[in-house]
Every structure is written in structure tokens, then in C-alpha cells.
Design a protein around this ligand. Sequence first.
Ligand SMILES: [Fe+2]
Ligand SMILES: [Fe+2]
Length: 156
Amino acid sequence: MTSEEQQYFITLLKEIRNGENSRFVSSKRFTQHGSTSVYRHSVNVAYLSYRFAKRLHLNVDSRALIRGALLHDYFLYDWHVKSQNRPLHGFYHPGRALRNAEMDFELSDVERNIIKTHMFPLTFYLPKHKESVIVCLVDKWISTIETFQGKNRLGK
Ligand SMILES: [Fe+2]
Ligand SMILES: [Fe+2]
């Protein structure tokens, strides 16, 4: 990516981290896969989704792509701890992430759709935008790497 593109990514990451009501940094406390925190996983998915779109010269809404990807797992609980309130994390967490994100940020329709549909086809909500399809695919790819690498090379 160009240095401008990298800078743009960092600007949006800071915007999400430092938002007035943001709880994004608290996702560092929760493990996602292997030794990767939810925070690091979300940054990985956002960065690689953006990089993928730029590499393929896809005409995407970069702002929505990055912000939606950063917030796609904004569920803010430890999913390894069983709870009757959320019996099946895989089905439950996109809706919870969207509710949390709606509380803390102003979201666009594309950002909402990215969060809501990222678990397709496990959940039946269909990705409606190319940005949603990219995050859905990159999330699965990154999750597989994180799960099978005990200590993943993208870091915690
Ligand atoms: Fe997820
Ligand atoms: Fe994810």
C-alpha cells in the first residue's frame, strides 16, 4: 500500500479507538482465536480487507470498509465463558456487535451491513455490498490462520 493509504488506515483506526464513547480498546482484554485478542483480530481483518481491495483496484467505500471491519466483532465479552444469554456465539455475536457499535458510533448502511452479515453463511443475513463480501471472506481467512497458529505472526 502507499504511505498515504497506510496513513488513511491509521487515521480511521485512531478515530475508532479514540471516539468519545468508544470501547474499542477494551477488546484487547478478550481472546479471539489462539493467542490473538479480539482487538488485534479486528485490526488484522480491517487492514487486510483494505489492502486486498487496493491490491485488486476495487472501487470500494474505503472508509466504510475499514470502519465496518474494525467493528465487525465489537461484541465486547469473553466468548469462551458460557452464558445462557448467548447460547451460540457464532449466531449471536454479529447482532450484539452491531447493537454495541450503534450505541458508540454513527454508522453508515454499508458499515451496518458489514457487521451484521460477516458470519454468512452461518447466519442467513446476506452481504449486500462488495465491502461486506470482502470482510466476510477476509475474516474467515484470518480466523483460520489465527486458530491454527499457536502464536500467530501477526502478533497479539
Ligand atoms: Fe465475528
Ligand atoms: Fe472476526
